[in-house]
Design a protein around this ligand. Structure first.
Ligand SMILES: Nc1ncnc2c1ncn2[C@@H]1O[C@H](COP(=O)(O)OP(=O)(O)O)[C@@H](O)[C@H]1O
Ligand SMILES: [Mg+2]
Length: 383
């Protein structure tokens, strides 16, 4: 094959290098006026580094920079020596890993168009095409006989009569924004019929929570509307979670596709709730724990082992059903699973853009898996 002489020598050099067939992965994000691009920069730097170890060239690209008809792309790389991000030209990527950090960014028309164009483009494979919303997840998981038993009763919160019907069946409810994350906007209702003010509403604030006691469901509804600030919500059967030292906890599983293109568990961690919190999020006073320690503490060693195996298998069947429901090919997700006091497993939510896991072994595996799965995609692409 002859050389094409380019006016732009930098471009010629880049193209010559890319003929060596090094696989190239671009981390997709969005531009930012103040800091070049958005997203978790530590995560991006770790990905670039893990890419090197796995034989990949990795760079960060914004939706704007990603021009699908070019041979070279402007993107960013990280220099650990000087701790700076640098603009450079890179070869067009074989794979695009979507890490656009915010829903609202991903919903911008030009970003949606760019992602749709990537999905159509035969020269590139994009994974993690979009965020999930909580209501779609429940619809998908209800459709399968296998996943249905793990789903708490859930409905859209649209009317006071609907909420009333739900309260007849469940005295404990979680109210959650459809597009929420990190515990934002979450409320609980507890019905205590023997009390003069029987509806107890708890609202999760940044540190602690606020409680309102309401006499009628009408008053309760008014208060909920005021607090929910126009967001769409789901109402969900509240699960009485297993508790360790009087604090409830749940499991966070990271599920990724592996070198054979199959869903696999990269790790399961546990999050123990802060004492004043209705959720287990670390920024709200929760802490990271070893799941085995918590489960052994509550259920004993034998039952704990069984539960962990069951949680892993459950996470895998749920991941497969979510992928089916979304009708997209996915590469990874994280999942929040609850275990109730009787040892039943419950699905709370899955995230299409998992946050960094702080457990070092899970972290390492999660980075390597991105490239193992990428290699699988490249290997099987043209078959
Ligand atoms: N139905 C429920 N019953 C009991 N606890 C719940 C329920 N739903 C959520 N939680 C608790 O609240 C946390 C946050 O809920 P989640 O659905 O993951 O929302 P977010 O997107 O804000 O993380 C869960 O990890 C769990 O600890
Ligand atoms: Mg969550």
């Amino acid at each position: 094959m002859g050389f094409v002489i380019h006016e732009d020598t930098a471009e010629a050099e880049i193209l010559a290098n890319s003929r060596i067939k090094q696989p190239v992965l671009a981390i997709l994000t969005i531009e930012d006026d103040l800091q070049l691009f958005r997203g978790n920069r530590h995560n991006f730097a770790d990905l670039i580094d893990a890419g090197k170890e796995n034989g990949f060239l990795v760079y960060v690209v914004t939706a704007n920079q990603l021009k699908l008809n070019r041979k070279t792309i402007n993107g960013f790389t990280y220099d650990p020596g000087t701790d700076t991000w640098m603009l450079q030209k890179f070869p067009f990527p074989h794979l695009i890993y979507n890490r656009i950090p915010l829903r609202e960014d991903e919903l911008q028309p030009e970003v949606r168009r760019k992602i749709a164009a990537c999905l159509r483009n035969p020269n590139v494979q994009i994974f993690n095409p979009k965020f999930f919303n909580k209501w779609s997840l429940f619809k998908w998981l209800r459709q399968s006989r296998i996943t249905k038993p793990y789903i708490p009763a859930t409905s859209r919160m649209q009317s006071v009569s609907g909420l009333g019907r739900m309260m007849l069946q469940h005295r404990f409810l979680y109210l959650k924004p459809v597009s929420g994350k990190a515990g934002k906007g979450i409320m609980t209702i507890q019905l205590q019929p023997e009390k003069p003010l029987p509806y107890r509403l708890k609202i999760q604030g940044n540190k602690g929570s606020t409680t309102y006691n309401c006499g009628t469901i009408g008053k309760l509804w008014t208060r909920i509307k005021k607090e929910s600030t126009g967001e769409r919500y789901i109402a969900q059967q509240g699960i009485h979670l297993a508790a360790y030292n009087d604090r409830s906890f749940d499991l966070r599983a990271l599920i990724q596709k592996n070198q054979r293109g199959q869903w696999d568990i990269s790790g399961i961690g546990a999050r123990l709730a802060g004492s004043m919190s209705i959720t287990t999020h670390v920024p709200r006073g929760g802490s990271i724990e070893d799941p085995e320690k918590l489960l052994v503490g509550v259920f004993g060693q034998d039952e704990a082992n069984k539960l962990l195996t069951k949680a892993r298998n459950t996470a895998l069947v749920i991941a497969r059903q979510i992928e089916r429901g979304s009708r997209r090919s996915l590469a990874e997700m994280s999942m929040d699973l609850g275990i109730d006091q009787a040892g039943n497993i419950w699905f709370f939510e899955a995230n299409a853009k998992p946050m960094k896991f702080d457990e070092p072994d899970i972290r390492k595996r999660s980075l390597d898996r991105i490239f193992q799965y990428s290699s699988y995609l490249l290997r099987t692409k043209d078959k």
